[in-house]
Ligand binder design. Structure first.
Ligand SMILES: *[C@@H]1O[C@H](CO)[C@@H](O)[C@H](O)[C@H]1NC(C)=O
Ligand SMILES: *[C@@H]1O[C@H](CO)[C@@H](O)[C@H](O)[C@H]1NC(C)=O
Ligand SMILES: *[C@@H]1O[C@H](CO)[C@@H](O)[C@H](O)[C@H]1NC(C)=O
Length: 217
């Protein structure tokens, strides 16, 4: 049978479409064997006989995380690394806790759109589009805000009491790149000449930021 190439094009773009997040599943479940050394897109499946309810359970978001760190915030993931049963399902959650004034610093999730639901407190949140427009809002208990996939975003507790959100992602493992830590705290480190030119500052300023953001040894 002759198949017209142009008739296949929409299908081709469907599979490549950036609108899709994690790939669709091909079986009921595929509980991650997190110890496997095999490299696949995701994790290999555990034998069905070894699967039970604990693979689909996690109690780690029940309580506030400790926010007594430099940023005054803590992200607790509930992704495939914590819940092996999420493997191939394309969803995950996090809980984020914020001390008063606490910041979840500007970062991106390369593999997921995020929506946050405020459990309590008040947050200034925002993301920046590729056209460099800041879309921001103050959100409170019971309210939701969306951060489109891949765009740089942040949340800051603008209240005088602790705040917390539940974040939902359309990926089993969204991945996080924190902008400041990525550029100033990588190993090996990004050359000063790259950062001085990019940020239009001197070596001294770059070294100062690097010393603050260096990975803790
Ligand atoms: C991975 O290996 C560790 C240590 O051998 C073991 O305790 C754990 O149960 C294993 N995890 C899985 C998901 O098989
Ligand atoms: C479920 O399987 C794990 C090993 O993967 C085991 O440690 C645990 O005891 C099992 N839980 C139940 C309720 O059978
Ligand atoms: C944060 O507080 C907890 C509990 O009070 C404590 O165990 C921990 O050492 C503190 N961490 C820092 C970085 O101060």
């Amino acid at each position: 049978m002759k198949v017209c190439v142009s008739s296949l094009l929409p299908l081709f773009f469907l599979f490549l479409s950036p609108a899709l997040a994690d790939p669709d599943l091909l079986q009921d479940l595929c509980v991650a064997d997190l110890n496997s050394t095999a490299k696949v897109n995701g994790f290999p499946c555990k034998p069905a006989a070894a699967v039970n309810e604990t693979d689909f359970f996690f109690a780690g978001l029940a309580n506030p995380g400790a926010t007594n760190n430099t940023m005054g915030s803590l992200v607790t993931g509930a992704n495939v690394e914590k819940i092996p049963g999420l493997n191939t399902l394309g969803v995950s959650l996090s809980r984020i806790d914020y001390a008063p004034g606490g910041l979840n610093p500007p970062h991106t999730h390369p593999r997921a759109t995020e929506m946050v639901f405020v459990l309590y407190g008040t947050l200034d949140v925002g993301f920046i589009t590729t056209a460099n427009k800041l879309i921001s809002k103050t959100i409170s208990q019971g309210e939701i805000f969306v951060f489109p996939r891949g765009l740089v975003h942040f949340q800051r507790n603008s209240g005088k009491v602790p705040a917390a959100v539940i974040a939902a992602f359309n990926s089993q493992l969204p991945g996080t790149q924190s902008i400041a830590a990525t550029l100033f705290g990588s190993t090996p480190s990004v050359p000063d000449a790259v950062l001085t030119k990019a940020f239009q500052v001197g070596t001294k300023e770059v070294e100062k930021i690097k010393s603050r953001l260096a990975p803790k040894k």
